[in-house]
Design a protein around this ligand. Structure first.
Ligand code: ZDP
Length: 277
């Protein structure tokens, strides 16, 4: 029997597993895919494992997407993980955890008001780091033309540990995400596929975003995507370094600090239910 907890961050929902006893995930990607199925399984955008720390960190996080693929990082998920760990430890006092991820050490901090602020680290901007073949590996991908569905889109690419392709549009509601999303995700210019965000700049400190996630499809929110969108807005002179990003599931506050160049994301994470498999 396996115990799990269901959490969400702005409707981006995850199955959390207490995997502190062993260094590797106790489920296969195939089992995770089954659990994420909303009709035949529990239903979630991904499965997250709370693993023992390594290299001096408190814990390690690994995540499988709903399709069984493994992303490097997950912004909404790591807020959920911080709350899950606090529950496992029986200590809800405000504190920070150092979490080892495939995108490096990420530090979520429980705030007194129940929100979680995550030090997401520095964005990576070179094409080779994203990765994308849109421009030479040592160059940034800014307002670059990409043809999808017979149309030229101006895209800006950012890695928050995982790949993001950002397009600014006048009206996010008008975007046919369901048909465009998969074509961006699987475009040959992205050898590791890509998360895809469409952004409307309402004000320089307020962005609206819709997302198609690699390996998960349309989700109500994407933390790494919101961070990548703000960074893309700053490097294309469209927004301020601190802005609210409104997602279908609700708002995140994102700041790209000019002091340390790291991105800080603040938002909620909620436990929904626990269960046994
Ligand atoms: O990079 C990927 O494959 C994403 N699907 C990972 C999940 C990202 C997430 N939505 C987030 O909030 O950053 C969890």
């Amino acid at each position: 029997m396996l115990e799990f907890s269901k959490y969400h961050g702005l409707g981006n929902d995850f199955i959390l597993i207490d995997n502190r006893a062993t260094p590797d995930p106790c489920l296969t990607p195939e089992q995770a895919r089954f659990l994420c199925d909303r009709h035949f399984g529990v239903g979630a955008d991904g499965v997250i494992f709370a693993l023992p720390g390594q290299g001096g960190t408190d814990y390690s996080m690994r995540i499988f997407n709903a399709d069984g693929s493994e992303p490097e990082m997950c912004g909404n998920g790591i807020r959920c993980l911080a709350k899950f760990i606090a529950t496992l430890e029986g200590n809800a006092a405000p504190r920070a955890y150092r979490i080892h991820t495939l995108a490096g050490v990420i530090t979520p901090k429980l705030e007194a008001d129940g929100q979680v602020t995550v030090d997401m680290g520095e964005p990576r901007l070179l094409a080779g780091e994203i990765p994308t073949t849109l421009v030479p590996a040592d160059q940034r991908v800014i307002n670059q033309s990409l043809t999808v569905a017979d149309r030229a889109w101006e895209v800006t690419c950012v890695s928050m540990g995982n790949p993001h392709c950002i397009t600014f549009v006048p009206d996010v509601a008008a975007i046919a995400l369901e048909t465009l999303g998969p074509q961006f995700e699987h475009h040959p210019a992205f050898p590791q596929r890509t998360n895809t965000e469409f952004i409307e700049v309402v004000r320089p400190d307020y962005l609206k975003m819709r997302v198609w996630e690699r390996g998960a499809g349309i989700t109500l929110a994407c933390g790494t995507g919101a961070c990548a969108a703000l960074v893309a807005g700053v490097i294309t002179d469209r927004c301020e370094r601190r802005a609210t990003v409104e997602l279908p599931g609700g708002p995140l506050l994102i700041e790209w600090s000019s002091a340390d160049q790291r991105v800080y994301m603040t938002g909620p994470a909620e436990a929904v239910f626990t269960g046994q498999l």
